[in-house]
Design a protein around this ligand. Structure first.
Ligand code: FES
Ligand code: FES
Length: 161
């Protein structure tokens, strides 16, 4: 079947989508957006987190067909313009870099989307709120302290705009 959807503000479509195919596969393999990662593909790790109609979801748990006529925003869509051409990253992305919250980086896109959602909803999150917001996102490398520091920093930057 053909699936039409809006991704990062652009109308996109893919043909010959299999009925059991995930939104994650559609994004990565058909639409050329590999930012969302395919770690567990069972809803356990959060590395595939994207916005679907403004709410964060695990893209591996959403059937591609469920995204028909809906709006998806991936980690690639958080930056303003094209970072490869020197345009600005989102403050959450900048904060992850500044705080050294990235090691292998496999978990990072999902954490960035989850943290982005938190700081958009909650201008001054407590540590408890940060931990709760990121509870569905696993990281095997960092021990989480630098990630918490990155989210605190991102919240401060966003609040200070
Ligand atoms: S790849 Fe989707 S939750 Fe792990
Ligand atoms: S940085 Fe490697 S899994 Fe998080």
């Amino acid at each position: 079947m053909r699936v039409r959807l809006t991704v990062n503000g652009e109308q996109r479509h893919a043909d010959d989508v299999w009925e059991g195919e995930s939104l994650l596969f559609l994004l990565r393999e058909r639409l050329g957006l590999p930012g969302s990662k395919n770690a567990c593909e069972q809803g356990e790790c959060g590395s595939c987190t994207v916005y679907l109609d403004g709410l964060p979801v695990c893209a591996c748990l959403v059937a591609a067909g469920q995204a028909q006529d809906r709006e998806v925003r991936t980690v690639e869509g958080l930056a303003t313009g094209d970072p490869a051409r020197g345009d600005r990253l989102d403050p959450v992305q900048e904060a992850f870099l500044a705080a050294g919250a990235v090691q292998c980086g496999f978990c990072t896109p999902g954490l960035v989307v989850a943290a982005h959602d938190l700081v958009e909803r909650v201008p001054h999150p407590t540590d408890r709120e940060i931990r709760e917001a990121l509870a569905g996102n696993l990281c095997r490398c960092t021990g989480y302290e630098a990630i918490l520091a990155a989210v605190r920093l991102a919240a401060r930057w966003k609040a200070g705009r």
